[in-house]
Design a protein around this ligand. Structure first.
Ligand SMILES: [Zn+2]
Length: 227
């Protein structure tokens, strides 16, 4: 109520405005041509009444004239329409900024709920894994873990591994390859590693084997959990 009172500080209510319009409408209907604009308050006054910039008591004294001057009614109608347009634009701008705020908040909330984007690169560290015998993974070791969403594998080969070409594949426990690629291992900062692009999006999650070998050698297998 207090805010409404503040908005109507100039003394206009919806009812007042309707009264003015009705009075002016009657004035127009009665057709009071006034080509010399005798006694007209001038467009500044009309504009201030139309935009509610003039307090109602002050505007009251013009109502008699406005109800008996067709040109003033015409001017007033235009000012009033312009005022309405500006008000609508202002409301639309406010609505738009609210929508933007809501949109940004929703977007932020969406990403908050979704959590950080999935890590695109997975490091598979084989340096401290025991070198498998006979190609079988060591059952005592925790499986490596990798998300199906990763796009890039960075495989740290066991210590002492030679640089050069390697083959990498991800196979089912029965040894059926689900994904295969190759790369060239290089030594940097004491680590021999291979980077390879992967696409595991079509594989179902579960237990797999990460298999690594030099060309024409035996596969070395490591347990891999695909999440
Ligand atoms: Zn007039």
């Amino acid at each position: 109520m207090q805010r409404e009172a503040a908005l109507n500080a100039k003394g206009y209510s919806e009812r007042d405005e309707k009264r003015i319009l009705d009075a002016l409408g009657r004035g127009l209907l009665k057709e009071f041509p006034n080509p010399d604009r005798a006694g007209c308050p001038g467009s500044d006054v009309l504009r201030r009444i139309a935009s509610h910039a003039m307090p109602l008591p002050e505007a009251e004294k013009w109502l008699d004239h406005l109800t008996s001057c067709s040109p003033c009614y015409g001017d007033f109608s235009q000012f009033q329409a312009a005022h309405q347009r500006r008000r609508t634009q202002r409301l639309l701008a406010i609505a738009a900024s609210i929508l933007i705020v809501v949109g940004v908040a929703g977007w932020a909330l969406f990403f908050k709920q979704k959590g950080p984007p999935a890590v695109q690169t997975a490091v598979l560290d084989l340096r401290n894994r025991s070198v498998p015998r006979g190609g079988e993974p060591n059952p005592d070791e925790q499986p490596l873990e990798v998300s199906r969403g990763v796009k890039q594998l960075n495989v740290y080969l066991p210590l002492g591994s030679a640089e050069g070409p390697y083959e990498i594949r991800i196979a089912t426990p029965a040894g059926k390859a689900r994904f295969a690629t190759s790369g060239v291992a290089s030594l940097k900062d004491g680590v021999t590693s291979i980077q390879a692009a992967v696409d595991l999006s079509s594989a179902s999650s579960g237990r797999y084997l990460l298999q690594v070998r030099r060309p024409n050698s035996e596969w070395n297998s490591y347990s891999l959990l695909l999440r």
